[in-house]
Ligand binder design. Structure first.
Ligand SMILES: NC(=O)c1ccc[n+]([C@@H]2O[C@H](COP(=O)([O-])OP(=O)(O)OC[C@H]3O[C@@H](n4cnc5c(N)ncnc54)[C@H](OP(=O)(O)O)[C@@H]3O)[C@@H](O)[C@H]2O)c1
Length: 256
C-alpha cells in the first residue's frame, strides 16, 4: 500500500508519548498525516471536530490514551473513542485501522487494561480491516511513574516485571504497519530484555538528580498480580526492539 505521493494517514493521539514518534516516522517517509487530538480540535469522546477530517485518509493509527486507573473510566474512554473512530473510518472509506494495545492485556484485565480489552474486541469485530499491535511498557513509563507516584519526598514504583521498549521503536513499527495491508494480530513488540520497574524508576531518579528515595509497592487486584508474576512479559515469538532502558536513559538525559 506504500505510496508517498498519495497516502494519507491519520494519527489519533499524535501528540502523545508514542503518537509523536508515529508522526515523525511517517514524515520521514514523506507521508502526509492528519492529527486527531483535542489540542488539534478533534475530541474523539464527543466526535466534535471530526467531520471531514478523514477525507482521503487510507489508514488510521489509534494511539489515544486516558490517564486513569479506573476500569470503568478506561472501558468508557477506549470503548467510546474506538467506536467513534471505526464509524468515522467506515463512513470515510478508510481501508486500515491500526490499534496499539499492550502485551498481556487479557491477563491484566483491570484498570487501564480493562479498556484496552474493550478496544481490541471492538476493532476485531468492527467494520474497518484492522491490525492490532501489542507492545510492552515504554521506557518512558519509568519517567511517568517517577513523576506521578510520589508521596512527599518518596517516589513509589509498582513491583513489576517488564520487558520495556523505546516508544520510538513502537512508533516506527506502527508507521510500517499503517503503510502495509491489514494484518490482524501483528507479532508482539517488546524491548531487548527484562527489567524490574523498581530498578528502572531508581535509575531514572539517579539520572535526573533525585535523592534515591524510591520504594517498591505491590499494586492490588488482578493487574497488580499480573505485574508481579510476569504475566505482562512477551511470548517467545515476540519481535524485540534494540534500545535498552540504560541506552534510552543515557540518550534522553543527555549523558550520551
Ligand atoms: N505507556 C506505555 O507504556 C504503553 C505501552 C503499550 C501500549 N500503550 C498504549 O499506547 C497508547 C498511547 O499511550 P501514550 O502513553 O503514548 O499516551 P499519552 O502520551 O497519554 O497520549 C495520549 C494522546 O491521546 C490524545 N487524547 C486523549 N483524549 C483524547 C480525546 N478525547 N480525543 C482525541 N484525542 C485524545 C492526547 O491528546 P490531547 O490531550 O490533545 O487530546 C494525546 O495525544 C495507549 O492506548 C496505551 O494503552 C502504552
Amino acid at each position: 500500500m506504500e505510496n508517498s505521493t498519495s497516502t494519507r494517514v491519520a494519527v489519533a493521539g499524535g501528540t502523545g508519548t508514542v503518537g509523536r514518534h508515529v508522526l515523525q516516522s511517517l514524515a520521514d517517509r514523506g507521508i502526509e498525516t492528519v492529527v486527531l487530538t483535542r489540542s488539534s480540535g478533534v475530541d474523539l469522546l464527543t466526535g466534535a471536530g471530526l467531520t471531514g477530517v478523514l477525507a482521503g485518509v487510507s489508514a488510521v493509527v489509534d494511539v489515544t490514551s486516558v490517564a486513569s486507573t479506573s476500569s470503568a473510566r478506561s472501558r468508557d474512554f477506549f470503548g467510546t473513542v474506538t467506536r467513534t473512530l471505526l464509524e468515522a473510518g467506515r463512513a470515510a472509506g478508510v481501508r486500515h485501522h491500526v490499534a496499539l494495545s499492550i502485551v498481556g492485556v487479557d491477563r491484566g484485565r483491570t484498570g487501564h487494561y480493562a479498556g484496552k480489552l474493550v478496544q481490541e474486541r471492538l476493532v476485531e469485530d468492527g467494520p474497518v480491516p484492522w491490525t492490532i499491535l501489542r507492545a510492552t511498557q515504554f521506557h518512558e513509563l519509568a519517567a511517568q511513574m517517577h513523576q506521578a507516584l510520589r508521596v512527599g519526598p518518596v517516589h513509589l514504583a509498582p513491583r513489576m516485571r517488564s520487558q520495556p521498549v523505546a516508544a520510538a521503536e513502537v512508533g516506527r513499527r506502527l508507521a510500517e504497519l499503517a503503510l502495509g495491508d491489514p494484518a490482524g494480530r501483528a507479532r508482539e513488540l517488546a524491548g531487548p530484555h527484562e527489567e524490574s520497574m523498581l530498578a528502572m524508576v531508581r535509575a531514572y531518579d539517579r539520572a535526573t538528580g533525585g535523592r534515591g528515595r524510591v520504594v517498591g509497592v505491590p499494586l492490588p487486584g488482578p493487574l497488580g498480580r499480573a505485574m508481579r508474576r510476569g504475566d505482562l512479559l512477551p511470548g517467545p515469538e515476540a519481535e524485540l526492539g534494540t534500545e535498552t532502558f540504560d541506552q534510552w536513559l543515557r540518550r534522553t538525559s543527555g549523558r550520551d
